[in-house]
Design a protein around this ligand. Structure first.
Ligand SMILES: Cc1cc2nc3c(=O)[nH]c(=O)nc-3n(C[C@H](O)[C@H](O)[C@H](O)COP(=O)(O)O)c2cc1C
Length: 193
């Protein structure tokens, strides 16, 4: 039987992921927020916890999704459309995870930043912060065809091409900084409320 009791969380970090990196980033954000004294946890946008969240208890929210073939996950699209009103009522941030964010080609970096900005804007959500974060090249997890495609893309973007191992491209300092900025914003809001 699904758990239908409401879930209380002051600063949920929602994520949509295809290969797991956006989940890891969401978990790190929630861990830093927790260490800073906030009730925070990572929540899959498509999972049961997202559906039973009590939005009246939410003070701030982060949402993350990753880029695949130039678009973010449909689950993130559905979630943000359904909750744009709730998200706009609190301090919120969007983080977009991609390979392009780590590109040596500035045009690719800018393109990823533009896609990150376009995602909330097209869904009626106005986050105070939008960041483009580098993800992971998980060569060992891809099937033959995707590995071949990703190697070609990686070569074009100046990323590693040795497919015998995975590459962590995420700047964890940037991720932790995002969590600290959100904590600061929430404390400032509390102080003026
Ligand atoms: C099939 C596939 C398509 C991808 N397409 C893009 C893309 O269009 N642009 C980009 O910057 N990164 C792209 N990536 C890289 C992913 O965004 C990156 O690996 C990210 O860490 C995935 O996050 P996730 O593990 O949370 O799904 C792609 C990766 C895969 C496997």
């Amino acid at each position: 039987m699904p758990d239908t009791t409401s879930l209380s969380c002051a600063v949920p970090v929602f994520f949509a992921t295809s290969e797991g990196q956006t989940r890891r980033i969401a978990e790190r954000l929630a861990a830093v927020l927790h260490d800073l004294g906030f009730d925070s946890r990572a929540i899959d946008v498509a999972g049961p916890d997202a559906a039973r969240l009590d939005w009246t208890k939410v003070q701030g929210a982060l949402v993350g999704a990753s880029l695949h073939a130039g678009t973010h996950q449909k689950a993130a699209d559905r979630f943000v459309r359904a909750h744009a009103f709730d998200l706009n009522a609190v301090a919120s941030a969007f983080f977009s995870v991609s390979l392009s964010a780590a590109s040596k080609n500035q045009h690719e970096v800018d393109a990823a930043a533009n896609l990150a900005r376009a995602f909330p804007a097209a869904r009626g959500w106005k986050p105070v912060t939008i960041v483009s974060v580098a993800g992971r090249l998980a060569y060992r997890e891809y099937g033959f065809f995707i590995r071949w495609v990703m190697k070609r893309i990686a070569r074009k973007e100046g990323a590693p091409t040795d497919t015998s191992r995975d590459y962590e491209l995420t700047n964890w300092t940037q991720v932790e900084q995002l969590a600290r900025e959100m904590a600061h914003r929430l404390r400032t809001r509390e102080a003026v409320a």
